[in-house]
Design a protein around this ligand. Structure first.
Ligand code: TMP
Length: 221
């Protein structure tokens, strides 16, 4: 029996990621699929509570320490992702390891280093498709500027976008480090909500209709 696909939606802050994740979930459910919606960071776990307090600037942590907590927060849910997929429940995830690397590698000084940032997430379940919602920092600003949280600053978002670009080139090509084969789809998220959601549907339609025979891959392994 085929397994369900693992779909990740990534993007910059203000790219409409959370709205689009929820629209996709509704559409999948209307088409009769079971869907497990996950969001990283998952602020409800004990590790997630520490992350939440850090993001709201209510606590301070060393850059390495918070990076490892974000990754641990994903490992906490890795077995749930796999068991859902095996029981034919689509896993739809709002942010994943790519955010972990992009945001930490964009920090500094001193920089953490791209390879160091990637290491703790090596071996996590690999998404079958990653939809990257791309938006220019200028367009994001037009949408009402950034909020209160730690990373919501234009210069930081610009650097984050660069790291995402690198991740897309290396990971999506299938020939990148570790040979990971997630399908990396860049979607122009500067357009209106309906256009973006139609495009997302177009890019996942076949995958969800057919399911997958092969086992879940591992990130960067
Ligand atoms: P959210 O706004 O989607 O809840 O994400 C919270 C912030 O945390 C966002 O600025 C991106 C950042 N982040 C990381 O720095 N590392 C991670 O591993 C993840 C998942 C998010």
């Amino acid at each position: 029996m085929p397994r369900a696909p693992f779909i990740v939606i990534e993007g910059l802050d203000r790219s409409g990621k959370t709205t689009q994740t929820s629209l996709l979930r509704s559409r999948l459910e209307q088409s009769g699929h079971h869907v497990a919606l996950l969001k990283f960071p998952d602020r409800t776990t004990p590790i997630g509570t520490l992350i939440d307090s850090y993001l709201r600037s209510q606590s301070d942590l060393d850059d390495h320490a918070i990076h490892l907590l974000f990754s641990a927060n994903r490992w906490e849910l890795a077995s749930r992702i796999e068991s859902n997929l095996k029981s034919n429940t689509i896993v739809l995830c709002d942010r994943y390891a790519f955010s972990g690397i992009a945001f930490s590698a964009a920090k500094g000084p001193p920089p953490l280093g791209y390879e160091w940032c990637r290491a703790p997430d090596v071996g996590l379940p690999c998404p079958d498709v990653t939809l990257f919602l791309d938006i220019t920092p200028e367009k994001a600003r037009e949408r009402g500027g950034y909020g209160e949280e730690r990373y919501e600053k234009e210069e930081m978002q610009r650097r984050v976008r660069e790291v995402f670009r690198r991740l897309g080139e290396e990971t999506g090509g299938g020939g990148g480090s570790g040979g990971t084969t997630t399908r990396w789809e860049v979607i122009d998220a500067g357009r209106d909500q309906e256009t973006v959601s139609m495009e997302i549907w177009r890019r996942v339609e076949n995958l969800v209709a057919n399911g997958l025979e092969e086992d879940v891959d591992r990130l960067w392994k």
